[in-house]
Design a protein around this ligand. Structure first.
Ligand code: APR
Length: 389
C-alpha cells in the first residue's frame, strides 16, 4: 500500500493531523494498534486551551465541542483555608479553557474520518520503519497476524510515549531529557457532579489535590500519593474523606468508576524529525497532568507539523517542514516549564525542607497579590500562542 503521509496512532495528535491534511487534499492513512472500541472509550485528558479550541473549530470537527464544551471562566486555588479564584476572562482578554474530554474529541474525529472515507486501520500494530534514509520510507505493521507494509512520502509518529517512532530516531536517547518526580498522582473518576464547574487546585500539608471534570455529571479528581501507592492503598471512603480534607470542601460523593495511579514525569525529545520521519504529541514529550497540558501540547505540535506538510505538498515549500523541530520545541519547552512549575509549587516533595515549603507558600501568596503574576499564569494556562497559527 502507498500513501503520502503514514500516521502511527489514532490519538488526538494522529486524528487531528489526518483531518487537517484531508481538508487540504493531502492523503494519509492512520495505523492504530488498539481496537476502535478501545480507542473511542479511553478516559484521558479533559481540558482544551483556547488555542486548541480554535484549531479544532477551524478543522471542521468542532460542532459537538461548540455544543457540549463547558467554558471555564477561571480556576480556583484552595490553600491555608483560603479560596482564591483566577478569572481568565478578565486577566487574559477572554482567552480561557474549555472542558471537553479527549474521549469525546477522539470520537468526533473518528466519526468525521469515517464519514469522509479517511482511512484508519485499527488493530494494526506498527512494528518497524525501514528506508528512513530514502524519500520513500516504509512502515511495517501487523494486522490479523500478517505483516503488511505501507510506503509513504512521510511517516508521522503520533504513537505516544511507548510507541516505536521516537525510538526510531537515531540518537533519540542522547536527545531525550527527562525528570522523574518523587511522587505520583492517584486519579479518580466519579459518577457525581463536580462541586465547581471550574477546576480547583488544592495545596495542603498532606499533598496536592485537583478537582476537574469529564462532563456535567462526571468528576475527575487527582490527589498526590507516594510513588509506591497502588489503587488498593485507598478505600473509597478514605478517598472521599482525603479529597474533602485537601480541597477544603464537601464533595458530592458518587460511585467511583475508575482509579489509577499515575507516576509523574516530564520528558522531551529534542529531536522531532529525522529525514522523512517526524514525531508529535506524547511520542515527543510527556508532562504531569497538573497543568492540563498533555493533549494541548500534542495539538500545538500538530498545528505546526500539519502546516509544514501542507506547504510541502500543496505549495512545494519545505521551509516550515525542515524547521518543524526547532519551532515546535520552543513552545514545547515553555509548556513543560509551566507544567513543572505548577507541579513543584503544588506538590510536597517528601524530602523538602521548611524553606522549600515557605517558597511554595510565597509563590502562591505572590500569585494572588499581583495582577502581573495572574496575567502570566492565565496566558500559560489558557494556552501560549502557536507560531504560524
Ligand atoms: N502501532 C500503532 N499504534 C500505536 C503504537 C504502534 N506501535 N503504539 C501506540 N499506538 C497508538 C496508541 O494505541 C494510541 O491510540 O498511538 C496512540 C497514541 O495516542 P496518545 O497516547 O493519546 O497520544 P497523543 O495523540 O500524542 O495525545 C496525547 O493523550 O495520552 C494522552 O495525556 C496524553 O492527553 C495526552 C494525549
Amino acid at each position: 500500500m502507498k500513501t503520502q503521509v503514514g500516521i502511527i496512532g489514532a490519538g488526538p495528535a494522529g486524528l487531528l493531523l489526518a483531518r487537517l491534511l484531508y481538508n487540504k487534499g493531502v492523503n494519509s492513512i492512520i495505523i492504530e494498534k488498539e481496537t476502535e472500541n478501545y480507542v473511542r472509550n479511553r478516559d484521558r485528558a479533559g481540558i482544551l486551551e483556547q488555542t486548541s479550541v480554535d484549531l479544532i473549530m477551524s478543522s471542521g470537527v468542532g460542532d459537538n465541542l461548540k455544543k457540549e464544551g463547558l467554558v471555564h471562566s477561571g480556576i480556583f486555588f484552595h490553600y491555608n483555608k483560603n479560596k482564591h479564584f483566577i478569572n481568565f476572562l478578565e486577566a487574559n482578554n477572554k482567552k480561557t479553557v474549555v472542558a471537553y474530554t479527549q474521549k469525546a474529541l477522539v470520537g468526533d474525529f473518528i466519526n468525521k474520518a469515517q464519514d469522509d472515507g479517511l482511512e484508519i486501520i485499527f488493530e494494526a500494530k506498527a512494528e518497524r520503519i525501514e528506508d528512513l534514509d530514502t524519500i520513500k520510507p516504509k512502515l511495517f505493521y501487523k494486522k490479523n497476524n500478517k505483516e503488511q507494509s505501507l510506503e509513504c512520502d512521510f511517516i508521522i509518529g503520533c504513537d505516544g510515549f511507548h510507541g516505536i517512532s521516537r525510538v526510531s530516531i537515531p540518537n533519540h536517547k542522547e536527545e531525550t531529557i527527562e525528570k522523574i518526580f518523587p511522587y505520583s498522582l492517584y486519579g479518580v473518576l466519579s459518577d457525581s457532579p463536580p462541586i465547581s464547574e471550574n477546576i480547583i487546585c488544592g495545596y495542603h500539608p498532606n499533598g496536592c489535590s485537583i478537582q476537574s471534570m469529564r462532563g456535567a455529571h462526571l468528576t475527575k479528581f487527582y490527589f498526590q500519593c507516594p510513588n509506591d501507592t497502588t489503587t488498593d492503598s485507598w478505600s473509597d471512603d478514605e478517598i472521599w474523606d482525603e479529597l474533602d480534607l485537601r480541597l477544603g470542601v464537601k464533595n458530592t460523593r458518587g460511585d467511583i468508576l475508575d482509579k489509577k495511579v499515575i507516576p509523574l514525569r516530564s520528558m522531551v525529545c529534542n529531536k522531532l524529525q529525522h529525514n522523512r520521519l517526524f514525531i508529535a504529541g506524547d511520542s515527543a514529550h510527556i508532562v504531569p497532568p497538573t497543568g492540563a497540558k498533555g493533549m494541548n501540547c500534542a495539538i500545538g505540535d500538530i498545528s505546526v507539523l500539519s502546516k509544514g506538510l501542507i506547504d510541502y505538498f500543496i505549495n512545494n515549500d519545505e521551509e516550515l517542514l525542515n524547521n518543524y523541530s526547532k519551532i515546535a520545541l520552543k513552545r514545547i519547552w515553555k509548556v513543560v516549564r509551566f507544567s513543572w512549575w505548577m507541579t513543584t509549587t503544588l506538590f510536597l516533595d517528601p524530602k523538602q525542607s521548611q524553606f522549600d515549603t515557605q517558597m511554595q507558600l510565597a509563590t502562591l501568596d505572590y500569585l494572588f497579590s499581583s495582577e502581573a503574576a495572574i496575567k502570566s499564569f492565565s496566558e500559560n494556562y489558557a494556552g501560549l500562542p502557536i507560531e504560524n497559527q
